[in-house]
Structures are given as C-alpha cells and as structure tokens.
Write a protein that binds this ligand. Structure first.
Ligand code: PMP
Length: 446
C-alpha cells in the first residue's frame, strides 16, 4: 500500500528535493535500499560512491552504539580520544610509506581544503612564501567549498563564484582514450603528464605550490584512468620543480578500486592524500588528510597548523571509521572489490556487442563507468537532445537499480554512467545488476 509519508508528497522546507521526486528512503541493508512504498532498489552507485561496505552493517552499528553510550563528542582541544588515536594509527598503516600524520575532518571538501592549506603553510614555514598556485586538471571535481572549488575544473560550478576566489591554473585531464593521434598509450600518458611541466614553466616554477588530481577520476570524468606511464612522469615532474603532489582519493580511496588507495596501482606516491566517502562508508561524516612528517613538523614548529573544524576527530565518527576499516580487513573487501570489479567490468565490456552506442568501458575495481557515443570510431558524443545520461538513470530506477551519471568528459560533452556497487557485492548480485542494465539499455535503444 503506497504511504502518504514520502517526502515527495508533502510541502518541503528543504532547499531542494531530488529532481525525480521519488518516494523517500525508508531503510537499507547490504546493497539494497527500500523506499516508503516498499520498493527495493539496488544501490548500484553506493550513494555517491560512499557506502563501500554496504548498508546497516551490524558490526559497525554495534561499535557506534558502544561509542555513543560512552561519549559522542568531546572537543579536541579539551580532550584526546582513543577512537581518534586508534583510527589515526590504523589509517597511517594503510597509507604509502611516510604519510604517517593523520588529520581528521568531516567530509571530502574539508579533506581537500586541509591539503591545500597544509601545503601552503609548509611553504611559508620553509621560506617558500612565493609558492601559492595549485595546478589541477580540467575537468575535475574536488569539492564545493571555495578553496576546493578553486581547484575544481567544472565551469558550471566554479564560474558563478569566480570573483570570490583565486581560480587556479588547470591542465587537461588525460583522456587518452579519445585521442586519434597515432601515438601509443604510453606515449600519450607521457604527453599528458608533460602538460604539467609546461604549465609549471608558464606559471613560473617558484610560484607553484602543488598539483592536485584524482588518480582515478570520479564523476566528472567517469572513472578516468590515465595510461600507466602518466603517474611516474607526474611524480618526476613534481620532484624536479619541488611541487607537492596531492592525490584526491575521496572517491577512489578506501578500497573502491581494488587497492586501499588508487595510488597503489602505480609505482609513484603522492605527498598528501585526501580521504572521505568510503572511509566511514556513510556511517558518519568523516574525512582525513594523510601527510608526511617532513611537511607537518615545520608547520607545527612555526606555530601550528592554522586550520580545523569543530567536529573533526569526534569520537563517534572515528569509532565508525575504525569499525569500517575492521570490516574491510576482516572480509577482505578490497580483494573482493578487485575480484568482483574484474567480473563486472568484463560483463560491462560484453554490453558493447549488443549496444553499439557504448563506446568505452573503463575504471578499476568497483569504480567503473561506461560511456555512450554516436560513433565508436570517432568517439563522437550522442546528441545532447537525447538526454541519454538522465534517461539511463530513470530507466534503471524504474527497474530497481540506482546508478550515477554525468554528461562531461575531458572538457567536451559525453554521456557516461557509473556502476559502483558496494564492495560486499557477490557474483549473483552482479547478475542481478546486469539483468536490469540490459533491460535498461534495451529500453534506451528503443
Ligand atoms: N573530491 C572528490 C574526488 C569527490 O568526488 C568529492 C565528492 N563527490 C569531493 C572531493 C567533495 O566531497 P564532499 O562532498 O564530501 O565535500
């Protein structure tokens, strides 16, 4: 019996509601969500690539309940707390060697802001005050606060605020799969990385502070992976000009790509890492910056890190994060993301034979995307009027599957959808997703 209580059916005081005015969510478990009409949806995008360990995990809920009964909030300037200490130690052990100092925040934008501000304060503390420019890529998404937005490559989001922030230089994201230049993939990877060197030289090396990128792209580029040669070359260029390399692993981190960090897929490590989303898997707002001692210590010695948020490192969020890391380790969910991701990716690849408008399937682990094209040879995008990126989401939803989609790629138009289910997914559940996807794409093609 449909209820009258869905938030889509009553006047709302919220700023906005979902475009689709769907019935409100009622409950969730594992990879499934139920709305107030009792309809089940597969969470095929883990929210916005957040709920990595699945919904309503009893171990995590129990750990949170235990923490809540002890203390939920104690201001960090008044008290240390064990949950934060333990989570910092556990997180540091999962980072690339040397990134042993962990700074907690409550979300992805805050994690990115922390990286930008620590990098700048390190420059100031070490007599490099002329360095302040942070180069990033276009397109990209690094968050909604003004600092994170300044390094975001997404005009519709940034331009209204341009006068209010110092916009930063951008280089093209490595969309090598679109190039028709006769070069090999390794050559293209190096060529895209060399754009960074050209930009550093154009800006003046002594004015450049940092370079920020997602090692594996999120929604703005549709799970974009650069050719392997890109990553070590970027590292080399940053070393040559003493530029701090920041990896935004807000979406690609916490195991989603089949390694704990996306960075681990290549033999090149960042200097700073931003984490959030899957880090606490949606159980609490939580994010973190991982930083090396050589960057943190001079800042502390020079008077302290001038940055922080009230809720940062609160015991409840940290207890949730700790329990999430326990679950990831106890069930080898990173390994499962790699194994199930390989199966899901090859099943998505298989769709190309039946649906010629699927031009590219990409990503790693369970951060996967498929892109629609009008012509597989030229990779020309589908006409905008077809609105394919929204229709595919609507058609999938009607069939019980939630996916995530966008209409940007490499600065030009291009529809893609992401399939990023929770890391607990089984092969039988991949079958369920694929059955709905095939029906969805049949309906889209009709
Ligand atoms: N960086 C990346 C790569 C993201 O995907 C996001 C969120 N989509 C953010 C930063 C910002 O995170 P939040 O929305 O938690 O502030």
């Amino acid at each position: 019996m449909p209820s009258d209580h869905g938030s889509n059916r009553r006047p709302s005081h919220l700023f906005y509601q979902s475009r689709l005015r769907r019935p409100a969510v009622d409950r969730a478990e594992g990879i499934y969500l139920w709305d107030q009409d009792g309809r089940r949806q597969i969470d095929g995008s883990s929210g916005a690539m957040v709920v990595n360990i699945g919904h309503s995990n009893p171990y995590v809920l129990d750990a949170m309940r235990r923490q809540m009964e002890k203390v939920t909030f104690a201001y960090r300037l008044h008290f240390e707390n064990d949950a934060a200490e333990d989570l910092a130690a556990r997180t540091a052990a999962l980072m690339p060697p040397g990134l042993e100092r962990i700074f907690f925040v409550s979300g992805g934008s805050e994690a990115v802001e922390s990286c930008l501000k620590l990098a700048r304060q390190y420059a100031l503390a070490t007599g490099q005050g002329g360095r302040w420019k942070v180069i990033s890529r276009f397109p990209s998404y690094h968050g909604s606060t003004l600092g994170a937005l300044a390094v975001t490559g997404y005009d519709a989001l940034t331009q209204p605020f341009a006068p209010m922030m110092r916009e930063m230089p951008k280089i093209a994201a490595p969309t090598a799969y679109l190039d028709r230049d006769g070069l090999s993939m390794p050559e293209r990877g190096r060529r895209y990385a060399d754009l960074l060197e050209a930009e550093i030289l154009a800006q003046g090396p002594d004015s450049v502070l940092a370079f920020i990128m997602e090692p594996i792209g999120g929604a703005s580029t549709g799970a974009l992976v650069a050719p392997d040669s890109y990553y070590p070359r970027i590292r080399e260029i940053c070393d040559r000009y003493k530029i701090i390399l920041i990896y935004d692993e807000v979406m690609s981190g916490a195991g989603r790509t089949g390694k704990f960090l996306g960075a681990e897929h290549w033999p090149a490590s960042p200097d700073l890492v931003a984490l959030s989303k899957g880090f606490a898997s949606g159980y609490c707002p939580l994010g973190a910056m991982a930083a090396p001692d050589w960057m943190v210590q001079p800042v502390l010695d020079a008077g302290g890190f001038q940055h922080g948020h009230t809720y940062a490192g609160n015991p409840l969020a940290c207890a949730a994060g700790l329990a999430v890391l326990d679950e990831i380790a106890a069930h080898d969910l990173v390994g499962n993301a790699a194994r199930m991701g390989a199966i899901l990716k090859s099943r998505l690849e298989g769709l190309k034979a039946r649906f010629p408008f699927i031009g590219d399937v990409r990503g790693k682990g369970l951060l996967l995307a498929a892109e629609f094209v009008a012509d597989v040879e030229t990779m020309a995008p589908l006409p905008k009027e077809l609105n394919a990126y929204q229709r595919v989401v609507d058609l999938a939803y009607e069939r019980g599957l939630i996916i995530y989609s966008r209409r940007t790629r490499g600065g030009v138009e291009g529809d893609h959808f992401l399939v990023c289910p929770p890391m607990i997914i089984t092969e039988a559940q991949i079958d369920e997703i694929m059955e709905i996807l095939v029906a969805t794409l049949d309906a889209l093609a009709a």
